[in-house]
Design a binder for this molecule. Structure first.
Ligand SMILES: [Zn+2]
Length: 364
């Protein structure tokens, strides 16, 4: 318990709990790959620049247990993955490599993100930032894909539920659809999954507005599939019309953010037009919503983002917002196809939530 003693005292809004470990840097590609160790170096630099040392608190990384992982991944998949990783170096699919340090990095990333979620749940109003690699949101119950092996944010959400959270919200603003997270929770009424992503991008088969969840999870999946080229105003409008009203009504005990930074205009893998300030504004809106909901708990978990300059600046903006710096959501004119995309999501969710952007039950 030594390692966690720093954060067992009631968490304060003036302190950011930071999860980081040099072992995440030992997951390394052979030759060039966009998901590289330098990403975390840049993200770290942004966070350090934005948050003075006395306002950071560390969290000792811990490897995920089988129990934690098996809440979201199939035991057979975990056995196959571990066996494959023991071979040292290779590919799990065309996009997803592994190296000698991958097993340790992946198990630490998932276990520590879960620990961060539990620590925030224990406190009041805590914010956290998990600077983890490899990323997680494409990993399904039984498949590694899209640079992802274990679904860190899903393992964390499941861990929070097992530790007593009644409901957990996951907001995924990575530019790619979080297919793995959706797969894991689409029948689970305790998890709200809201994704903002570029339409018709990897993984291609998922992320349509019509995918809204099923069984107990009906209406708990919200997909905003945004046309390429959309900028800050589009995300601002999607937040005002869909993301924030949904969060207000869902009344989670904890908000987890799959924080990819590849919708940045500089990113080489996608075609959206956000800037660092846009990410700060979205983070600020989520922190304000968490306060409005009464729990105040928000954890940002690194997913994608492949331009180092964009990563550093965006992580810095999010870290400042996490510590309470207020930033306004962008507003202004948007294209008609952007508006149509947002309206498709509203229409798909209407059977479950009614008219979202009109204040209704659950609004305060
Ligand atoms: Zn991505």
């Amino acid at each position: 318990m030594l390692g966690s003693s720093a954060v067992t005292a009631p968490l304060e809004r003036s302190v950011l709990v930071v999860l980081d470990d040099a072992r995440f840097d030992a997951h390394v590609p052979t030759g060039y790959h966009p998901e590289r160790a330098e990403r975390l170096v840049a993200a770290r630099a942004g966070l350090m620049r934005a948050v003075p040392e006395e306002r950071r608190r560390g969290l000792e990384p811990t490897a995920a247990t089988a129990e934690e992982l098996e809440r979201v991944h199939e035991a057979g998949y975990l056995r196959r993955l571990a066996a494959e990783l023991r071979q040292g170096r290779g590919q799990l699919d065309a996009d997803t490599y592994f190296s000698e340090g991958t097993y340790t990095a992946a198990w630490l990333a998932a276990g520590s993100t879960a620990r961060l979620a539990r620590e925030l749940l224990r406190g009041r109003g805590g914010r956290g930032f998990a600077l983890v690699r490899p990323p997680g949101h494409h990993a399904t119950p039984n498949e590694a894909k899209g640079f992802c092996l274990l679904n860190n944010v899903a393992v964390a959400a499941a861990s929070a539920l097992a530790a007593g959270a009644r409901r957990v919200a996951i907001v995924d603003w990575d530019v790619h659809h979080g297919n793995g997270t959706q797969d894991i929770f689409e029948r689970d009424g305790r998890v709200l999954f809201v994704s903002l992503h570029q339409a018709d991008l990897y993984p291609h088969y998922s992320g349509a507005p019509t995918e809204t969840g099923s069984a107990a999870g009906a209406g708990r999946i919200a997909n905003l599939a945004l046309p390429a080229g959309g900028g800050p105003e589009v995300y601002g409008e999607a937040f005002r019309r869909v993301v924030l009203p949904l969060l207000d009504r869902f009344e989670a005990d904890l908000t987890l953010v799959s924080a990819g930074f590849d919708a940045h205009a500089r990113d080489p893998l996608a075609s959206m037009e956000l800037d660092g300030a846009s990410y700060g504004a979205m983070a600020s809106a989520l922190v304000a919503q968490a306060e409005r909901a009464g729990h105040g708990r928000v954890a940002f978990v690194l997913e994608g983002g492949y331009d180092l300059v964009a990563l550093e600046g965006s992580v810095a903006a999010v870290a400042r917002a996490a510590l309470g710096e207020a930033m306004d959501l962008p507003s202004g004119a948007i294209r008609s196809d952007d508006r149509a995309a947002i309206e498709q999501t509203e229409a798909a969710l209407a059977p479950y939530w009614g008219e979202l952007s009109r204040p209704g039950e659950g609004w305060r």
